[in-house]
Design a protein around this ligand. Structure first.
Ligand SMILES: *Cc1c(COP(=O)(O)O)cnc(C)c1O
Length: 456
């Protein structure tokens, strides 16, 4: 009987690029404890796969919460920034001004500030402007956003008092006026966008322009972060699927005193929450102690600054989200056909399981729940999601009716070569291992003779 190796020996023998020594030690310790010394390399690879890594999103969900919503690139050399330094005076400045001023210009507000996410923006606004006072909300807008964010609970946490208005399906201006007249201290009317559900049938709601006639500050949580309904940063018209989505500029113009929105939904930036509108109210939010707890770091502010500059320059093509959102279907079709041809050339007859196919993408990220976007991609007979996910970079696809679907709208064209390699490997592998899979009648030989068979 051979004795198990020492933890240190095993840790040093583990092959897994990019896994620091202390993590190899953890893996080795566990492998020995579980009697799985021979699996140590696999365990180490599995451990490394739990690190954050770029993935290819082929689901057709443009803003996929599980994949960080909007696609993001942060590549900066290490350096200090003038985060809170006023370069004109050499004195301490505010981290909010650089990006806040840009965002204010971009959506036509007097001022704007940034916090960690839109949930934080709602909490801070309620706490700063409404603590100990009444906040009127329609009963049709007492929403739960994903992740357990519920308006009544947030209201509680902020110290504001919820004043329910109207009914689930119908709220009228009169209902709000009654709340204003009967509550001794109404701080604001809060309008919450029904981001992730719709109410249809016998319904009525009051738009911001009419709420603004009540003589009470109106705060609109629009959630999605569409800056301007006219999308002036795009070459063409706004996509038709955006119709009816509230936009920051138009909501402020209609009379909202503040708008609150996410950084990583339709804005297409990093996780952040933006509070924009009347200067005195934004400043009141900035002075509240919670503002310190919710403040963003320079990575987020830098990413938002780049993004907002692109918006102001009308460079929609430099914003990955808008590139995805506005790609013509014909272009996706061309890419799909080229991928099918390349994979076919690599795996021979096994490529018969792969076809170019029309798809429907969705905005996702808890926005526009009933909207689909015409799109195009690939269909593979059978479920190959696991080998695709196991690749480097991992590719996330979806399964429907026994087929794997890859939507090209959410895939950057630069990743098409990686898609080709991964599909060739997946089809070659499935064939080599399981001759009965899908419609492929040829064998692993096709796949292995040209070097695209089971990968090491
Ligand atoms: C998504 C959403 C939020 C929460 O935004 P996060 O940035 O995810 O915190 C709040 N309100 C509305 C209306 C939303 O759609």
């Amino acid at each position: 009987m051979s004795r198990p190796p020492s933890v240190d020996q095993l840790a040093r023998s583990i092959e897994a690029d990019g896994l620091p020594h202390p993590l190899r030690v953890e893996v080795a310790r566990r492998a020995i404890a579980d009697g799985r010394v021979d699996d140590a390399d696999d365990l180490a690879r599995a451990r490394r796969r739990r690190l954050l890594t770029p993935v290819i999103n082929a689901t057709g969900v443009l803003l996929h919460t599980n994949m960080g919503r909007a696609p993001l690139g942060v590549t900066t050399e290490p350096s200090f920034t003038n985060l809170e330094l006023d370069l004109a005076t050499g004195k301490r400045g505010s981290r909010q001004h650089a990006v806040g001023d840009l965002l204010a210009t971009a959506c036509g507000a007097e001022a704007a500030m940034v916090v960690n996410n839109c949930a934080g923006a709602v909490l801070l606004t309620l706490a700063a402007l409404g603590a100990g006072r009444g906040v009127a909300v329609s009963r049709g807008e007492l929403v739960e956003i994903g992740g357990g964010f519920r308006i009544p609970d947030v209201m509680n946490q902020s110290g504001a008092r919820l004043v329910e208005v109207g009914t689930t399906n119908r709220s009228r201006l009169d209902d709000y006026a009654r709340a204003r007249d009967t509550d001794d201290d109404l701080a604001m009317v809060l309008k919450v966008h029904r981001s992730n559900y719709t109410i249809v049938g016998f319904t009525e709601e009051v738009e911001v322009d009419r709420l603004a006639t009540l003589g009470v500050p109106v705060v609109a949580d629009i959630g999605s972060g569409l800056l301007d309904a006219a999308c002036p940063w795009l070459d063409g018209q706004p996509p038709s699927w955006l119709e009816g989505e509230p936009a920051a500029r138009q909501t402020l113009k209609a009379g909202a005193d503040l708008v609150l929105f996410s950084g990583d939904k339709l804005l297409g930036g990093p996780q952040a929450g933006i509070i924009a509108g009347r200067r005195d109210l934004v400043e009141q939010c900035g002075r509240h102690p919670l503002a310190r707890a919710l403040r963003p770091g320079d990575l987020v502010l830098l990413a938002l600054q780049d993004l907002t500059l692109a918006y102001l320059d009308r460079r929609g093509h430099d914003i990955p989200f808008w590139r995805m959102a506005s790609t013509p279907v014909a272009e996706l079709e061309r890419r799909a056909e080229a991928i099918v041809a390349s994979v076919g050339a690599a795996v021979g007859a096994a490529g018969g399981r792969l076809a170019s196919a029309a798809t429907e993408a969705v905005p996702g990220g808890g926005t526009l729940p009933t909207v689909t976007i015409p799109s195009h991609g690939l269909r593979v007979d059978g479920d190959v999601t696991e080998p695709l996910r196991a690749g480097d970079p991992p590719i996330v696809a979806r399964v429907e009716e026994g087929s794997t679907w890859l939507d090209l709208r959410t895939v950057d064209p630069q990743a098409d070569d990686e898609l080709i390699d991964a599909l060739a490997r997946a089809l070659g592998q499935a064939d080599a291992g399981d001759a009965t899979t899908g419609g492929a009648t040829t064998d692993g030989a096709t796949a292995t003779t040209d070097g695209t068979g089971p990968a090491a």
